[in-house]
Design a protein around this ligand. Structure first.
Ligand code: ZN
Length: 303
């Protein structure tokens, strides 16, 4: 008999991972109204923006404004706004804007790390060390990108993940998110990696960030649940497809994940109806066709 957790934490990453893949600039007001709808639905962990250089990702040019507004508006509430930062400069900007928790990305595959941010593992870890030392007030989540597969070097060996986790633990980092950046994981691989890491690092908070590129995000989430994972990152509407592959599915859709968990009796603290309302704003304002299923599903009462 499989034992599932009673409760799961969902981290909404749409305003970062989803929006950054939208070519057309989304007005800051629209971004904030979608964030407000998600908070209203009950989300408490929310990646609101990314402090990358606007030349690299023009969609994130309003990072300061978004972060300042969200941090100000939801001060003293249950919301924990998170921002992605690529380096210490971004971390300083995030902190100045009121952010207390950041995601820092290192790819398990060094080839991908070099292609993505032009750094070796050593260089990435050095910068992470600087962040921990110089900005101790920031809570850091380590996002291990390409944890299940890399576009350049194929399957990623688990030892590459543990090498990064060991380095993160030395810096006092307590949260690690295994990211299926290009959506190549399968349920068996997710179960194997996640259960090994859960067993080897009992005190570590381990999350999963799954992409639905090949239609396996929900199956992979289930495999993660079976391995004892209780934190999942997902994106409203399933936004987050590759900007260079039109029609490609993006992140695991938050409302689909909420629906699956809710159907299984697992608590998320989030209202599915309100989340579908948030996805509707996304559909009306940003992207007319979503990969989410729940955004289109008929509603049945008394089910
Ligand atoms: Zn992603």
């Amino acid at each position: 008999m499989i034992r599932f957790p009673k409760q799961v934490r969902i981290v909404e990453v749409g305003p970062r991972d989803g929006f950054q893949n939208i070519k057309q600039y989304i007005p800051t007001e629209t971004k904030l109204s979608i964030i407000a709808a998600m908070v209203d639905a009950g989300v408490t962990l929310l990646e609101v923006t990314s402090f990358v250089h606007p030349k690299a990702i023009p969609q994130m040019a309003d990072a300061v404004e978004v972060a300042e507004t969200v941090c100000g508006k939801y001060q003293n509430t249950a919301l924990r706004p998170i921002a992605l930062v690529p380096n210490i400069t971004g971390a300083k900007k995030a902190l100045a804007a009121g952010i207390q928790e950041i995601s820092y990305v290192i790819s398990a595959s060094e080839k991908h790390n070099l292609a993505n941010i032009n750094r070796t593992h050593e260089q990435s870890l050095e910068d992470l060390g600087k962040i921990s030392k110089e900005l101790p007030e920031l809570k850091v989540r380590l996002d291990v990108a390409t944890a299940f597969g890399c576009p350049f070097s194929g399957r990623v060996d688990e030892s590459l993940i543990t090498k990064l986790i060991d380095a993160a633990l030395k810096l006092g980092i307590q949260t690690v998110v295994l990211c299926d950046t290009i959506g190549v994981a399968d349920p068996l691989l997710v179960y194997q990696h996640a259960s090994k890491i859960k067993a080897n690092y009992p005190g570590l908070d381990v999350g999963l960030h799954l992409h639905d590129t090949r239609g396996m995000a929900l199956a992979n989430s289930l495999a993660g649940l079976e391995a004892g994972i209780t934190m999942f990152e997902a994106s409203v509407g399933g936004l987050g497809g590759c900007p260079f592959a039109p029609g490609a599915a993006g992140n695991s859709a938050t409302e689909d994940l909420i629906n699956m968990l809710q159907s299984m009796g697992i608590e998320t603290g989030i209202s599915l109806d309100k989340y579908i309302a948030a996805a509707t704003i996304v559909r009306e304002e940003i992207q007319s066709v979503l990969t989410s299923r729940m955004a289109y599903a008929c509603k049945y009462e008394n089910m």
